[in-house]
Design a protein around this ligand. Structure first.
Ligand SMILES: *Cc1c(COP(=O)(O)O)cnc(C)c1O
Length: 654
């Protein structure tokens, strides 16, 4: 364990190279070429992937936000990254299609559930328009949004998810507007509703079917396919649907075969297998007389959150180009063998397009460090022998006996706790024992940390004595998957990257939940429970970024502790600007008034109630009228202000 914990690891504040920073934080491994460090030690965004012509200094964006009085935590969106990923995906498929002499085209869609923010969807549609890149909806409200945004008649609109009559009527309305709206049948009963409504409205639908695949996606979402999958038609159901459509004279409405084996597919093997199974079904159905035009491989294109290029749940073992290649060549091979035409290929890639473009910036507001409390452990006459024993252990400790001392100290600490519960040890004595215990732990850490081989029992000690940085954000709002499924998200400071971080910490958020924390990080060799961070300086804020939050995290937030949405800025690159960027838009996060209203409170009524109580105290002479007015104003101001802590580190420190 290289990045151990501790407080004073080394006193030399030696300069740190960007390579050293990269080896710990790994931005060149997870950043897809969009991130780098400049000579000020600041993290920069390279909107033109891998090219240093334009560099957006994240710390300068933060300074500009402060000048605009935007409080932290905040989301920063780099729209250029979003556009770049749309292009990269389309180009990857186009290049492979050309090279393979594949006869269909790639015509992808962006599933808006991954990030429905209007500006995000609009940017994707705009960047995708040269490629006729379309949209996918999975619910009625998403369809309403998609209908308004996807006005390109060449682009597809694909409708997944369970559908009621209104959902289908909207789809048929889309057909009346000449949109390429394809209703994907997820279960047989949907077909009957669709046929009835299409007769009623006199509109011929475009229909897709979702197959229930036997191949599983490997990883967190593997249950999106397989026998117990929630969605999709079995082979028998598919044949029944085909026969029903033919009998109704609507066989030629069936345009698309779809499957989705799960998101964040970490192993390319699963993609190959699913494509193979899918295209076999497609070609058999084609031969049954269904003139399919589209072969839709769903989502699943993964991103490398931990930068390990492996099959771990937070990674993937393939590139975008390999993904496109395996699909295009896989489909071509089976079609050629079966003698059926090459279909147009659709993918519903959401995560890969949006993950990198946004990050959450949080300011560190303090440190939780049980091992660092100043407390006198001086010997007093008549003290309990347990206290004396712990002090002896502390004095006895040396490099030779640290394992023995650590075992004894741990046991002794438990004994002391029991003694305290039984009323044998006083509160003051317990405090002394615990202080001595932490002292021993820290000394062992300093003795052991540079050893070639660190005994196993010390790895838990290292985690134990590491501090936690208290960060102004809510895991539940901003990094839901890190809490829910232990997915790793990259975290790193956005400045001071030319300075060696002297200690390692985990991150705690400001919610009232003990699991509101991040304690999984990319380490130099594998996942660590702590991350090396810089000491906090008086009078200076310390900003950490949580990266790759653009897919799902941005929109899955909840109302836990009523923190609500974050302040947000949308940043665009501009080569002509001295800073290489401009903030195009700022969106204010939630005020307390807003989050309370969504929970059915009436903030005006609340303010009136509090005012009445204050007025009562004024009448009783407990509060002066002048104070009373101030208190009422203060309560109302709080209702209208940002929900997160407005405290800054430099003000908290005495
Ligand atoms: C969630 C979902 C997607 C998006 O998957 P990504 O892995 O984010 O690309 C695509 N299609 C369907 C049907 C989905 O449910």
């Amino acid at each position: 364990m290289e990045n151990g914990a501790g407080t004073e690891v080394s006193s030399d504040l030696k300069k740190w190279t960007t390579q050293e920073a990269d080896s710990i934080y790994g931005h060149s491994r997870w950043g897809e070429g969009f991130f780098d460090i400049n000579d000020k030690g600041h993290l920069v965004v390279l909107p033109n992937k891998n090219s240093k012509d334009i560099q957006i200094d994240v710390y300068e964006v933060i300074e500009e936000m402060k000048a605009q009085k935007l409080a932290f935590p905040a989301v920063i969106r780099f729209h250029d990254i979003l556009r770049s990923q749309v292009k990269n995906l389309n180009r990857a498929f186009r290049e492979v299609i050309e090279e393979a002499e594949y006869e269909g085209r790639y015509i992808g869609v962006y599933p808006i559930k991954v990030n429905q923010l209007r500006e995000v969807v609009e940017e994707v549609v705009d960047a995708g328009s040269p490629y006729d890149f379309g949209l996918e909806a999975g619910s009625k409200p998403e369809l309403l949004a998609v209908m308004a945004l996807n006005t390109n008649h060449q682009a597809l609109t694909i409708l997944n998810g369970y559908k009621d009559e209104d959902y289908m009527r909207l789809a048929l309305l889309g057909r009346q507007l000449d949109r390429s709206m394809i209703v994907v049948i997820e279960k047989t009963s949907e077909l009957h509703t669709l046929l009835r409504l299409s007769k009623e409205m006199g509109v011929r639908p475009l229909i897709g079917i979702r197959g229930k695949m036997s191949i599983k996606g490997f990883g967190k979402w593997e249950n999106s396919s397989g026998d117990r999958a929630k969605f999709g038609l079995t082979m028998a159901e598919i044949i029944n649907v085909v026969n029903t459509l033919k009998a109704e004279g609507l066989g030629d409405c069936l345009k698309l075969f779809h499957f989705h084996i799960g998101s964040q597919i970490s192993n390319i093997r699963a993609v190959k297998d699913a494509v193979n199974e899918g295209v076999r079904i497609y070609s058999e159905l084609y031969k049954m007389g269904i003139p399919f035009e589209y072969f839709d491989v769903g989502g699943g294109l993964g991103v490398d959150y931990d930068g390990s290029n492996s099959t771990s749940i937070s990674s993937k073992n393939y590139s975008m180009t390999e993904y496109a290649s395996d699909i295009v060549y896989g489909v071509k091979q089976v079609c050629d063998l079966a003698g059926v035409p090459h279909p147009n290929i659709v993918s519903e890639s959401g995560r890969a397009i949006t993950a990198h473009h946004s990050c959450v910036i949080t300011n560190v507001i303090g440190k939780i460090d049980p091992a660092n409390v100043a407390f006198s452990t001086r010997k007093v006459t008549g003290e309990h022998v347990l206290v004396a024993n712990m002090r002896d252990l502390d004095e006895y400790l040396s490099e030779k006996n640290m394992q023995e001392v650590w075992n004894d100290a741990s046991k002794l600490k438990d004994d002391c706790l029991n003694a305290f519960q039984l009323g044998v040890l006083s509160l003051e004595e317990r405090a002394k024992v615990e202080t001595l215990y932490w002292q021993i732990a820290k000394k062992i850490y300093l003795l052991a940390k540079d050893k070639e081989q660190i005994p196993e029992i010390f790895s838990s000690l290292f985690d134990l004595i590491s501090s936690q940085y208290l960060c102004n954000f809510s895991v539940f709002q901003s990094a839901a998957d890190s809490w829910a499924i232990r997915q790793l998200l990259p975290v790193m400071p956005v400045h001071r990257l030319d300075e060696k971080p002297l200690s390692s910490s985990a991150l705690a958020d400001i919610t009232c939940d003990s699991d509101g924390k991040i304690d999984q990080f990319i380490g130099a060799d594998g996942i660590c429970k702590t991350i090396p961070l810089h000491d906090l300086k008086d009078g200076e804020d310390y900003y950490l970024g949580i990266f790759m939050t653009g897919a799902y995290q941005d929109v899955m937030g909840d109302m836990h502790n009523l923190f609500g949405r974050l302040n947000e800025v949308h940043v665009f690159a501009d080569d002509d600007d001295p800073t290489d960027f401009y903030i195009e838009e700022t969106i204010r996060g939630s005020s307390s008034r807003q989050v309370l209203s969504t929970m059915q409170y009436n903030p005006d009524f609340m303010a009136a109630t509090v005012k009445r109580s204050i007025d009562g105290q004024v009448k009783r002479g407990k509060v002066t009228p002048r104070q009373g007015v101030k208190l009422v104003d203060f309560y109302e101001e709080c209702l209208d202000s940002y929900t997160y802590l407005s405290m800054q580190y430099n003000r908290q420190n005495p």
